[in-house]
Design a protein around this ligand. Sequence first.
Ligand code: ADP
Ligand code: ADP
Length: 237
Amino acid sequence: MLTLEGVGKRYPTGDRALSDIDLALPKGQVMALIGPSGAGKSTLIRCVNRLVEPSQGHIRLDGDELTTLSGAGLRRARRSMGMIFQEYALVDRLTVMENVLSGRLGYVGFWRSFFRRYPEQDVREAFRLLERVGLDHALDKRADALSGGQRQRVGIARALLQSPRLLLVDEPTASLDPKTSRQIMRLIRELCAERGLAAIINIHDVALARQFADRIVGLNAGRIVFDGAPSELTSDI
Ligand code: ADP
Ligand code: ADP
């Protein structure tokens, strides 16, 4: 469903972050992207949602050429990709529920001040998702009162509220302790299975990648140096 063909990225500073990347991600596959710092993992993920403009190549999602989209077409394509970030990117002064709703409504303050409430269908779906990630007891808590693991659960629910086809996950466990990291990775893994979602998970922890991904792609200096099942990965790369 997602294909990258000859994708390259050179930043204006001259740094060549990606060279000639070919990759096909089938529906429902959970792929871990591993490699040392500076290998190009974040750049690859950001090329897919076009937070970074690739310098060469083609990226297609279900036949749509993402590399040439702009305006409304790009916004629509981005809605089909759920982003989950390392630092959660929640709005601290908003509640758990409002943070999740912002995944679909955008600026939730607008809905609050103009309509005094949020669309009911979205609230119901957000509630179901918060139940699924185990936070239905904390709907009205402010985001800044949550633990790191809870914040990441809110981030996951927010990403899923857009009903994405693809999850782009950038270092989801970087700020979490080992036990919470495993719980978060297991949750992402289960949700992908339940919803038939494909995912690219940028993760530097090779043990977590092995445990929770269907496939591991190793990057080094902007090139793919490994692509296979976790069981085929014999040494750290
Ligand atoms: P990783 O996620 O694997 O740590 P990155 O994609 O962040 O790797 O970085 C890949 C390379 O691109 C590095 O050499 C980094 O310094 C460079 N790079 C990343 N972002 C930028 C940027 N915004 N401007 C210039 N160079 C960048
Ligand atoms: P990550 O751990 O995700 O690779 P980094 O800590 O390398 O992130 O980079 C953080 C931010 O700085 C990112 O937005 C990245 O694009 C940017 N960045 C990284 N390397 C460079 C660079 N050489 N020049 C300019 N910006 C950079």
